[in-house]
Write a protein that binds this ligand. Structure first.
Ligand code: ADP
Ligand code: ZN
Length: 211
């Protein structure tokens, strides 16, 4: 299954991508994770990306399209993949089509803006393995420590309230039009993001399994 996960920043794409990956055995490719990896590695790509990310803007299309091209060509994606955070603009979606990548389902996780702002304030992430937590909704077993790798958890620099508002603005302006783009192609399915992660996961699996 070749899947695209869509949704506002903080809608829970990354968390649901982990659940889908575990159930279907297909890898999640997160452009946000890859870009954050480049930032911590201090590469040229990372330096370029950081200024856009810290401002809550999209990293230029050419850059993320290049990243995706490379990842989708890898062996790991041969039997399917989950795109988490790509495409995020119409030109990116067109580039994906131009690459001849066949998409089976585009799943949009819908969460109202007010909820997003509340969720982002509690988000904590593991800078080492990328796992994502929430102080109230998905707490780690030990406060501020990653369950998966034991590393300390951090607040993402782009989760500051001002940046969150910019990211929401960017989402509505550039990413949300993709819903129409994919609805026209008969690929769009939507689920409403629930308070509890497991409840959203159940809706996600049901949406993926519907014929
Ligand atoms: P979220 O979905 O919570 O905003 P991500 O980790 O997916 O978090 O993305 C973080 C940031 O990385 C975005 O705000 C943007 O600056 C950059 N980014 C990620 N994916 C893309 C993409 N496909 N195109 C452009 N920029 C991207
Ligand atoms: Zn970790």
């Amino acid at each position: 299954m070749n899947l695209i996960l869509m949704g506002a920043p903080g809608a829970g794409k990354g968390t649901q991508a982990e659940r889908i990956q575990a159930r279907y055995g297909i890898p999640a490719v997160s452009t946000g994770e890859i870009l954050r990896g480049a930032i911590s590695a201090g590469t040229e790509l990372g330096k370029t990306a950081k200024s856009f990310m810290d401002a809550g803007q999209l990293v230029p299309d050419e850059i993320v399209i290049g990243i995706i091209k490379e990842h989708l060509a890898s062996d790991a994606c041969k039997n399917g993949f989950i795109l988490d955070g790509f495409p995020r603009s119409i030109p990116q979606a067109e580039a994906l089509e131009a690459l001849g990548v066949k998409i089976d389902v585009v799943l949009s996780i819908e969460v109202p803006d007010e909820k997003i702002v509340e969720r982002m304030s509690g988000r904590r992430v593991c800078p080492k393995c990328g796992a994502s937590y929430h102080t109230a909704y998905i707490p780690p077993k030990t406060a501020d420590i990653c369950d998966k790798c034991g590393n300390g958890l951090i607040i993402r620099p782009d989760d500051k309230p001002e940046t969150v508002l910019n990211r929401l603005f960017t989402f509505h302006a550039q990413t949300e039009p993709l819903k129409v783009f994919y609805a026209e192609r008969g690929l769009l399915r939507t689920v409403v993001g629930q308070e509890k992660v497991e409840d959203t996961t159940a809706l996600v699996f049901a949406a993926l399994e519907q014929a």
